[in-house]
Design a protein around this ligand. Structure first.
Ligand code: FE2
Length: 427
């Protein structure tokens, strides 16, 4: 007896529709006209079925604080950092948990079942760390939450950060973070990358740093991050987030660094919604876009992802935790409009970040976790174009979210009757 059958599923990359059978939280069968008893059955109606979205870079401690205690009037990164500094001392475990759990609910409804969230370790009480460790436990049946120890005010610039980061890791935070471009000097930034990578290697943890989130073409801490990856044998376990300075670099240097990233399996994460609004702020015209070199990363086979970063917090007033909105923005800003490129952008919110987070059992093969999303679209390109409705979200073989198909009724050119109409080409 199966737990669930998803009928008429158009699995990403497959032309034909088939049925997916789930048992004990895993995908047990994939077959045409699957003939087996089951407790529950849903009809995907020939729509696209994808592994769930993965948000590889988020800030769950600051999310949904928009307007508290005041708005970011300039809309800049640095006013955002100082505004967060005003919010931090007043954080309570209850408030962080409440906002994080609400955000997780939004994410699940939009088909995201794994999130890597940075958590600021700069608060002497580690309030957000305690709260998010509790949230990680509470949401685990529905969503994989991975936490990064993030020294927001600088690992060396904040005199308490070294001890607090160590404490956060002892408490069970999963990944080591950093922010080398925010240290006092370039040399402090380099030393912070070295120190943090060594801590990760000693503890057997992954590394994910805010790295070179700057318009300064001279900011290339990614070079040290790569060299530490090689020295410590951490290939595949190290990630550079943002990497926006690469946008402004000389092509020769960028080319060398991209080659080294590939050679050492360093992952990249771009945050298109945030960096298109925060970068290039000191430019007059022309204004730089400030997004890292996504197209070149794809061409070189670097494992790159696109991530949300913020939803309604001191840095970004918008968002609803929708990874298709992230992909839509990334596709435009990075000019990923070639046929293969557009399809690859879908990988940047699914299989690529799953690799970065080293998620086990991710995918739609038999034996994988029965986690998936049914989208009101026929293929990944259409899903991004329409930011398609997430008709069903399935976690470990159970439907955890349902959304009605988007259908409008239109009266046109003098017709009396309303005609049902969907933007999806399937209808
Ligand atoms: Fe970030």
């Amino acid at each position: 007896m199966l737990d669930l059958i998803i009928r008429n599923a158009r699995i990403v990359g497959q032309k034909e529709v088939l049925d997916i059978g789930c048992l004990d939280g895993q995908i047990a069968e994939r077959a045409y006209n699957l003939d087996a008893p089951t407790r529950e059955e849903i009809d995907a109606g020939g729509h696209l079925v994808s592994p769930p979205f993965v948000d590889s870079h988020f800030h769950m401690d600051s999310t949904l604080t928009y307007g508290q205690p005041r708005y970011n009037e300039s809309g800049t990164l640095y006013e955002g950092i100082s505004l967060w500094g005003e919010i931090k001392p007043g954080l309570t475990i209850e408030d962080v948990e409440r906002r994080a759990l609400l955000l997780c609910r939004w994410a699940i409804a939009r088909g995201s079942l794994a999130i890597r969230s940075h958590v600021d370790i700069g608060d002497p009480a580690l309030t957000a760390v305690h709260a998010l460790l509790e949230v990680r436990k509470k949401v685990s049946p529905w969503l994989d939450l991975q936490l990064v120890a993030f020294p927001q005010d600088g690992y060396f610039r904040d005199p308490n950060a070294e001890a607090l980061l160590a404490k956060a890791l002892e408490l069970g935070v999963d990944v080591v973070g950093g922010i080398p471009h925010f240290e006092r000097t370039y040399d402090d930034g380099r030393r912070s990358v070295e120190a943090l990578c060594r801590i990760a290697a000693e503890r057997g943890l992954m590394v994910d740093m805010h790295c070179d989130e700057s318009d300064d073409p001279g900011s290339h801490h990614i070079e040290t991050l790569i060299s530490m990856t090689a020295e410590l044998g951490m290939q595949g376990r190290v990630t550079g987030s943002h990497l926006t300075s690469m946008h402004s670099m000389d092509n020769t240097l960028a080319d060398k660094l991209l080659g080294l990233m590939r050679e050492n399996d360093v992952n990249a994460i771009a945050c298109p919604l945030i960096n298109i609004t925060l970068q290039g702020r000191k430019d007059t015209y022309p204004k730089r876009r400030g997004l890292t070199r996504i197209k070149e990363m794809m061409q070189r086979g670097i494992n790159y992802s696109m991530a949300h970063d913020c939803v309604m917090d001191p840095w970004y007033a918008g968002g609803s935790h929708d990874m298709l909105e992230v992909a839509h923005m990334g596709l435009h800003v990075a000019q990923m409009t070639g046929t293969e490129e557009t399809a690859d952008v879908f990988n940047a919110i699914t299989i690529n970040p799953a690799q970065t987070l080293q998620l086990q059992g991710y995918g739609l093969e038999v034996g994988c976790n029965a986690d998936m999303v049914v989208l009101q679209a026929k293929d990944p390109t259409e899903a991004i174009r329409l930011r398609a409705a997430r008709l069903f979200v399935i976690r470990r073989g159970s439907v955890v979210s349902r959304t009605s198909p988007i259908v409008s009724e239109v009266s046109f050119m003098g017709e009396d009757a309303l005609t049902s109409f969907s933007v999806s080409e399937l209808h």
